[in-house]
Ligand binder design. Structure first.
Ligand SMILES: Nc1nc2c(c(=O)[nH]1)N[C@H]1C(S)=C(S)[C@@H](COP(=O)(O)OP(=O)(O)OC[C@H]3O[C@@H](n4cnc5c(N)ncnc54)[C@H](O)[C@@H]3O)O[C@H]1N2
Ligand code: MOO
Ligand SMILES: [Mg+2]
Length: 687
C-alpha cells in the first residue's frame, strides 16, 4: 500500500515494516504517478541465453521480484560470458544515470568461462562486503555448494551492483535475501540520509524549464516507463500524450513531457540502442561503414614469396661491386625453382614486385649500375657493372614481412572506413567474407496537411509549403551510408498516421518522422505512437534550440517476447532546421551505435568564435562554417551562418559544424569574440 505524508512517500509492506522510499516535493505533480519507483536493470550473463533470449530463465524470474509501483525494471539484457561486453553494458547503464540497482545473474561460479566477478570488480568504486556476505549466507543456508559461488557487490557512482548466481533458484534466493534492505541501501547510495533522494540521481536537470529553473520529475520520467519486454506495457501504464479522440478543448495546455538535457537524451538513446546482430558479408566495396564483429586474421602471408622492392638486379650481396654476367629475369615458375640459382659471377634482371631467385640475397637498383657489354645484335644485356654495395636483404620483401599468416589484421569493433585501408588489407590477405554488425535500415516520412512534394509543378496554394525535410533527411541518411526508404508525406490524420507508422515499422529498424510533435491540435505523433502503435516514448522534449519537441520512442514487434526485434522512432520537429539538426545530434549517433560503433557520438572540435554571439535561454546549436586558419596563429574558427531561426534552411547551407552555446544566464548574456567553444563536426572541414 502506498501512503503519502507531506513530502514523503511511505511504502508499507504486508509485514508492516516501513521503508521511506522517496521524498520529492513534486511527487504529487499532476503528470506523475504517486510513487517514485526504484529503478532496476537486470543483466543475464550466459553464452547460451545470449544466442537465444528465450533460453533465459533467471532474467524473467528476477524481473518478477521487482513489482511496480515500488520498483521499475528499466532494462533487461542478455550478454555472453565476455568480460568486455559485461563491462560495456554496466558502464553504459550506470552512465545513463537510469539505474538505482543493477543485478547480474550468471557467470559467478568456478567454470572456466565464469568471468562475472572479474568483469564487475574493477567497475566498483566502493565494495559492499556486507551485501556479498548476505548473498553467500542466503545460499549457504540452502546448500553447501553455494560456497562455490564468487559474488561481488558494490557501488559504482550511485548505482548498487549485485552479482547473483545463474541458476533460477539461486538467483531468486539471493535477491530475496537483499530485497528488504534494498530501498534503504539505494537511498544511502544516492546521498540520502534517511530522507530518500534517489530520484535526484537520474534527472538532475531533466525538468529544466526554458527559463532555466529546475523542476524535479523523479524516477518516472518517461524513459523509465519500461520497454516492450519489461513488466509494463503501453496501455497498462499512465500515458502522457493527449487522448486521440479527445476534443481540442481537452488538450493539455502545457507539455507533460519533462524537458531533459541533450546529454540525458543521448544517454537514454545509448541505453536503448545496442549494436544489431552479426551477419556474414562479402569483402567488397559495399563493406564501407560496417563494424567487424570478430578479430580477423590473415589467411596468407604477404608477400607470399621473396619479392623485389625495386627495378634492378637480384644479386648475392656479399659479392659486392664489380662486373657481372646478366641472366634475364626468370619466369615466375623458374624463380621459385633452384634452376635460377645465381653463381658468384652472375646477377639476374628483376622488376619491382617480382620473385627473387632462391640464392639472391639483395637487389641493386638499376640506377646504381652501368651497361658493360651487349649481345651481338645489341638487344640484350650481357654484362653490367654494379657500383654500389648492398646489405644482405636490402630491397627485398621477405615472405610475410608485410603481414604474417595468422596475424590479426582487423580487431573486433573496428570500422571499415571509406578511406580504403580496411578493405585493402582484408582483400590482400585472402579474407573474402567477414562477420559484421548489421547496419540499421532507415525509413523517413514527413507529416503535415500543408506539406506537398517539392517536385509538385502546381503553384503553391495559400498555406502550402514544399516538403524539404524528406529530401534532406533521405540524402543525409544515404550519404552516411545507410539504406533509407522513402515513405512519402502523411496527412495529420490519426488513421493514416497509424497505418503508415505500422507499415514503415514493419520494414525498417529506425523510423524518422518530421512534424506534428509539438503542442498544436494537429500534432498527432506522440498520441498515435503511444496509443495506436503501443510505442514507449522515452523522451518528448529536449532542452535545446532548435529541436525542443524532439521525441524518441521504441516499439517491440512482439511486446510479449523479450527477444523480438526492437524498432526505434525519432519523431523530429517539423521546422526544417530543427529536423536536420536533431538528425545529426540524435539520429546519426543512434544509427552509428546500432551499427556497432564504439565512437558513436560525432566528433567535437574546440573552436574560436570570430564574432560576439548572443545567448538564447536554451542551450543552442548554432549552424556554422568551421575553418582551419593559420594567421595570426593556427586554430579552428567557427563562422555562424547568420540568422538562426528554425524555419530558415539557409542557416544550414555550407554548415559543417554545430557550435554548442550555453544557455543565457543572469551573469552571461553573450559570448565575446575570441571565446573558445565546442563545435560538433557534421561535414567536411574547410581549410
Ligand atoms: N505552443 C507551442 N507551440 C510550439 C512550441 C511550443 O513549445 N509551444 N514549440 C515550437 C517548436 S520549438 C517547434 S520546433 C515547432 C515544432 O513543431 P511540430 O514538430 O509540431 O511541426 P509542425 O507543427 O508540423 O510544423 C512546424 C513548422 O514546420 C513546417 N514543416 C513541417 N513539415 C515540414 C516539411 N516536411 N518540410 C518543410 N517544412 C515543414 C510547418 O509547415 C511549420 O511551419 O513547434 C513550435 N510550436
Ligand atoms: O526548438 Mo524549435 O526546434 O525552436 O524550432
Ligand atoms: Mg506543430
Amino acid at each position: 500500500m502506498a501512503q503519502s505524508s507531506g513530502k514523503e512517500i511511505r511504502i508499507l509492506e504486508s509485514n508492516t515494516s516501513l521503508y521511506l522510499v522517496n521524498i520529492t516535493s513534486l511527487y504529487l505533480h499532476p503528470f506523475l504517478p504517486e510513487t517514485v519507483p526504484i529503478t532496476v536493470g537486470i543483466l543475464t550473463i550466459s553464452d547460451t541465453a545470449s544466442k537465444d533470449k528465450t533460453k533465459d530463465q533467471s532474467g524473467p524470474i528476477l524481473q518478477s521480484l521487482f513489482p511496480s509501483p515500488q520498483y521499475h525494471v528499466v532494462a533487461y539484457d542478455v550478454v555472453p560470458d565476455d568480460k568486455d561486453q559485461i563491462q560495456k553494458t554496466i558502464i553504459n547503464w550506470v552512465d545513463a544515470k537510469a539505474f538505482n540497482v543493477i543485478i547480474t545473474t550468471g557467470g559467478t561460479g568456478f567454470g572456466v568461462r565464469d568471468t562475472t566477478p572479474e568483469a564487475v570488480l574493477p567497475l566498483l568504486d566502493r565494495l559492499s562486503s556486507g551485501l556479498t556476505h548476505l548473498l553467500v549466507s542466503a545460499s549457504l543456508s540452502k546448500t553447501p555448494y553455494a560456497a562455490l559461488s564468487r559474488p561481488v557487490t558494490g557501488i559504482r557512482k550511485k548505482s548498487i551492483i549485485l552479482t547473483v548466481p545463474g541458476s533460477p533458484k539461486g538467483a531468486r534466493e539471493n535477491v530475496e535475501a537483499v530485497l528488504k534492505i534494498l530501498p534503504h541501501a539505494v537511498e544511502l547510495a544516492c546521498g540520502g540520509s534517511g530522507a530518500s533522494v534517489h530520484d535526484a540521481m537520474q534527472y538532475e536537470k531533466s525538468g529544466e524549464s526554458e527559463k532555466g529553473e529546475t523542476r524535479e520529475y523523479g524516477h518516472d520520467c518517461v524513459h523509465h516507463r519500461s520497454h516492450g519486454h519489461s513488466q509494463h506495457h503501453a496501455g497498462e501504464k499512465k500515458l502522457l500524450s493527449n487522448p486521440l479522440d479527445a476534443p481540442v478543448t481537452q488538450r493539455q495546455r502545457h507539455s507533460p513531457y519533462p524537458m531533459i538535457s541533450v546529454d540525458d537524451a543521448l544517454n537514454i538513446i545509448s541505453v536503448e540502442a545496442n549494436p544489431l546482430e552479426t551477419i556474414e558479408v562479402p569483402v567488397d566495396e559495399n563493406l564501407v561503414g560496417y563494424v567487424v564483429a570478430e578479430d580477423i586474421v590473415s589467411l596468407e602471408p604477404v608477400p607470399g614469396y621473396r619479392a623485389s622492392i625495386l627495378d634492378g638486379y637480384a644479386v648475392i650481396a656479399k659479392n659486392g661491386p664489380g662486373i657481372y654476367a646478366v641472366s634475364p629475369m626468370p619466369s615466375i615458375a623458374a624463380a621459385a625453382s633452384t634452376q635460377s640459382t645465381l653463381t658468384s659471377t652472375q646477377v639476374t634482371r628483376i622488376t619491382t614486385g617480382a620473385p627473387l631467385p632462391p640464392s639472391a640475397t639483395a637487389v641493386v637498383m638499376v640506377e646504381e649500375t652501368s651497361l658493360v657489354r651487349t649481345s651481338a645484335d645489341g638487344k640484350e644485356e650481357e654484362e653490367i657493372m654494379i657500383h654500389a654495395n648492398v646489405e644482405e636483404g636490402e630491397n627485398v620483401r621477405e615472405v610475410g614481412s608485410d603481414v604474417q599468416k595468422g596475424e590479426i589484421v582487423m580487431r573486433k569493433g573496428e570500422v571499415v572506413t571509406e578511406v580504403g585501408g580496411e578493405i585493402g588489407i582484408l582483400a590482400s590477405v585472402g579474407v573474402c567474407k567477414v562477420h559484421v554488425h548489421r547496419r540499421p535500415t532507415v525509413g523517413i516520412f514527413s507529416t503535415g496537411n500543408e506539406v506537398i512534394k517539392h517536385t509538385d509543378s502546381e503553384p503553391l496554394k495559400y498555406g502550402q509549403i514544399r516538403d524539404s525535410n524528406r529530401p534532406t533527411l533521405l540524402s543525409v541518411a544515404k550519404s552516411a551510408g545507410f539504406c533509407a526508404i522513402d515513405f512519402g508525406i502523411v496527412k495529420d490524420n490519426k488513421e493514416e498516421l497509424g497505418r503508415v507508422l505500422s507499415d514503415a515499422l514493419s520494414k525498417v529498424d529506425v523510423l524518422i518522422t518530421t512534424g506534428g510533435v509539438s503542442m498544436g491540435e494537429m500534432d498527432l505523433l506522440k498520441p498515435t505512437l503511444e496509443r495506436s502503435i503501443g510505442a514507449v516514448i522515452h523522451f518528448g522534449r529536449v532542452r535545446m534550440k532548435p529541436g525542443k519537441p524532439t521525441t524518441f520512442a521504441t516499439v517491440s514487434s512482439d511486446t510479449s517476447s523479450p527477444s523480438s526485434q526492437k524498432k526505434f522512432i525519432f519523431a523530429l520537429p517539423g521546422n526544417p532546421v530543427s529536423a536536420t539538426v536533431t538528425f545529426y545530434l540524435f539520429v546519426l549517433p543512434a544509427l552509428r551505435k546500432l551499427s556497432g560503433y564504439d565512437h558513436w557520438k560525432l566528433p567535437i572540435i574546440k573552436t574560436e568564435l570570430p564574432f560576439t554571439l548572443r545567448l538564447d535561454p536554451r542551450p543552442e546549436y548554432q549552424r556554422a562554417v568551421l575553418r582551419y586558419v593559420t594567421l595570426p596563429s593556427p586554430r579552428f574558427v567557427a563562422y555562424s551562418t547568420g540568422q538562426q531561426r528554425s524555419s530558415r534552411m539557409s542557416s544550414m547551407r555550407r554548415c559543417n559544424a554545430l557550435i554548442k552555446l550555453p544557455p543565457k544566464s543572469e551573469n552571461q548574456t553573450k559570448l565575446e569574440a575570441g571565446t573558445v567553444v565546442d563545435a560538433i563536426l557534421v561535414g567536411e572541414l574547410e581549410c
